[in-house]
Design a protein around this ligand. Sequence first.
Ligand SMILES: [Zn+2]
Length: 434
Amino acid sequence: MDGTLALGQTLKTAFNNILTVKDFIAEVCEGEIYKVDYNGTEKTLKWYKKTFLDSLDKKFYDNLNRTTRTREPSDKFLWPRDISEFLNGSFGYVMDPIPAGYCNMQNLMLGKLEFKSYRTRVDTCLNIVDAFRELHNMGYSYQDLNDSSFWINPEKGKVLISDNDKVAQDGEELGILGKPRFLAPEVVLGKTKPNTQTDLFSMAIILYIILCYNHPLEGIRYLEPALSAELQEKIYGSEAYFMMDPDTQNPNKPSPKVHKKSIAIWNRLPNYIKQLFLNVFDQYSIKNPSYRPFEVEWLKALTRFRSEIVDCSCGNEVFTKNGESCRCEICGKKIKVPFKLVLRDYAIPAIKNSRIYRCQLGVDDNSAVAPVASIVPTKDTGELHIWNKTKDTWKAKTPSGKSKDVTPESKIPLKDGIIFTVNGQEIKIEANKN
Ligand SMILES: [Zn+2]
């Protein structure tokens, strides 16, 4: 045991429970993490350093106490469940432990976290954006959004978010600014305190790191041998410049040597994804925080992007366009996409494991990232079908004009010219010509 609390130490909690310290897990900058027994179940206790609490007023305790009494926005949050009594001027809060298979996102930039595939990276981004949409819809802001709070399952693209002790009603100030590299420039410059809008900036940094392998503001300027406080204030605040800003005067371009991987993936990304990053990080957007895209715009773009990723037999993942056949840029092989699904605004390839999400049909409520359909092979012939994953019966029309009901859980074969209606929107199955 290296912590302040003794093994076997018991503490009463605000909800009249008893917790028993079982093990010391780690020291973090604001305190210590312990494994505890809480009413017979294993939980995690974050115990604050007294020096951290001394830097804050009682508002921090009151806010956290309130948070334990409200429901979590979704199961993606490791929500504070209970608060311990005070001991020697400090206290802690109880949360669920991090399950096996999850890895802290800080390992990603250290090269110690490998995703199963690029599609899993996109899934991770979708889950992060969905979590913040749920949090913000409840009127909260996260306030201290940084990479250490994200726990990623790199096999499944699932995410858990910890450190919810600073979550507060939007506009409430707890006296905490957050982790420097992840702050919005207007927070670095002291123009505003963390809020929902600054969360959107920090979230975009996280998404960029996952999709483009680098911090968006850490181009060549970040490679200077000595990163003085003054230079850091420039990089993240007064002269923040996106490494991929196409402006010819950009003083913070990527280094062709160090940022080779970032440059290559940026060049391959679809324009609608690049545009969202530019709408956060280009010079106009940095100076106009209200221009930042909301979660729903990210969800629409990311679900579309996920649909466009097709596997090549060489192991590469190819980003298709308009749901059509294409060539693998690595091995040169033609990737045949026999059918596409034509939605209102764009088409996606109809390939195995493709999904259509509700937000692709214009839905932006809580169910935005629920899949309405997925494309699966039949057990006997392996032929691809569209599977109705909703609770509604769809109307389908064959090319010869026959109408059919597609009940929940039933499937439509991939045949040229079939049109089916989901959520009031027509989707057409179209055979690709080449
Ligand atoms: Zn290939």
